[in-house]
Every structure is written in structure tokens, then in C-alpha cells.
Design a protein around this ligand. Sequence first.
Ligand code: ATP
Length: 284
Amino acid sequence: MVADGWSTKAAEALAVHPGFRLADLDTRGTPGFGDGKKTGAAITRAIGERMSDLQERLFAEGRTGGTRSILLVLQGLDTAGKGGIVRHVMGMVDPQGVALHSFGVPTAEERRHDYLWRIRRALPPAGKIGVFDRSQYEDVLVARVNELAPRDVIDRRYDEIVDFEAELAKAGTRVIKVALMISRGEQYRRLHERLERSDKHWKFNPGDVDTRARWDDYQEAYQVMFDRTSTPDCPWHVVPADRKWFARLAVSQLVLDALEDLDLHWPSADYDVAEQLARLEATR
Ligand code: ATP
């Protein structure tokens, strides 16, 4: 079913298909969605309510022997809005049901292990919605651009990650991969704002300008990542993110649709309800 305001199912409108060219993406676009900001924001709020209900069912399932979970993988260049998505989208559900992990430069301990080691440790337990703010994909993005590993090692990682995600699916984790893509001009505006406003200085990192200087290399690294790791079972969703309201709507809708697909029901009691009611009455 196509949800309110969408002409095409969000997952379909945003999925990377063979032949996708990042260079052709309109980062101010709202693919699949015909309405504007006001309606979009209202729909996002309604999604939040439904998402909250389903998330509780998923949590209940996990508490009663279920093995399923959801993992939202967020990638995007600095200022693309990963933090805003975490705050706005995941803020709409019970925080107890969310497992958030941010992946920065690997620590000394993490470097002693395979790159997937820290990822495996952060996977959501049954019943939870895991959110990765950056992920295993840094090891084919920043690692490729900054040549942090030999090219043949990085080349092997694409297939390894695809296999890893297939493994997760088998174990009951539904992975939703989202790349928030902004334009070069929009990134300039957002970085500039961080420098202009004292309440945003804390968000600015001088390293962001170095990363920005490698813009074309990052675009290429993202393109290769999409080409090699977007599969029919676990596609990338490219979300144009110059308009924050659309990015929030799109990611909320993707998460909601994934929850709906799980066809979640309230677990039935593993005790005799009538008997327990009678016992309770006796204590009145
Ligand atoms: P963000 O930019 O995501 O808001 P931040 O500026 O606060 O976060 P951190 O979260 O501490 O910074 O770290 C993010 C940085 O870590 C990014 O520059 C990212 O490229 C880098 N990073 C993440 N994973 C890896 C990795 N596997 N190898 C090298 N660098 C990595």
C-alpha cells in the first residue's frame, strides 16, 4: 500500500537500482512525495504515532522469545543531518526500545580487530530498533578516500559487507540502509552557519573542512559503495537531504514500512488470564 502523500512507496522511490548515478541526484528533490513541507511534517507526526505502537509490539515480541530486530544504518557527509534524524525520527519512539551507536575513528582496541568487530558488538538485541550513526561503510568510504587500507583490501570489503548483511537478515535483523545526500552548496551553508553562530560552534570540527576538500573523492566513494553493496535484498536508500523536513519524513516512512512488514502482533500471555484475574480479585 502506498502511504499518504506518496505517489510511490518510499522504499521504492528512494532505492538504488542498477544504473543509479549519484551525480544526477537532485539533493533538493522529494522523490515519490508530491506534497510540501507543511503536509510532510504533519505526515511525519502521524508516522511517529504508528511507529511508536509498532515499536512497542516489537519490543514485546523480543521480551517473549522473539528474535527479530531492525537496524537503521545512517551514512552521510558532515552536516548531512544524521544527528537530526536520530533526534527527530527516533525521538518519536520509546527510547528504551532504541539502541543507538555512533562510530567514530576506531579506538586502539578496535584497531586490533577486524573492522566488523565493533559493528557486531553494537548490533541491536532482539526486539530493538538499532540505529548506526556511521557504520561498517566508513571502512569503504573514509578508508578509501584517505587510503587507510590497501585498495585490494578495501575492494574485498564490499562483498564482505554484503555477506555480513545477508547473515544479519537470516538471524532476523531487518537492515535499512539510508544515505543522506546534500549538495556541496548546502554543506557550505551548514558549515558556515556553524561558524557564524556561537550556539553552533560546538558542532564544528576543523577536520570537516579537510573532508569537504575531498568532495569529489567522497562522491566517487559513495557511488562505488552504492554500486557494490546495494542488493535486491538489502538496497541502499538515497535520501535527498537539502530539505530537512523531507529527510525526516522519508526516513520515518522507511522505518515505519519496515515495522509494518514485520506484521507484529501483541504476544499472547503464557499464563491463564482468567486465573490470574481471579487471584488478583482475591487480594482486593
Ligand atoms: P559526526 O561528524 O558524525 O557528527 P563527529 O564530528 O562528532 O561526528 P565522531 O563521531 O567522533 O565525530 O567521528 C566521526 C569521524 O570518524 C568521521 O570523520 C568519520 O569519517 C570517522 N570514522 C568513522 N569510522 C571510521 C573508520 N572506520 N575509519 C576511519 N575513520 C572513521
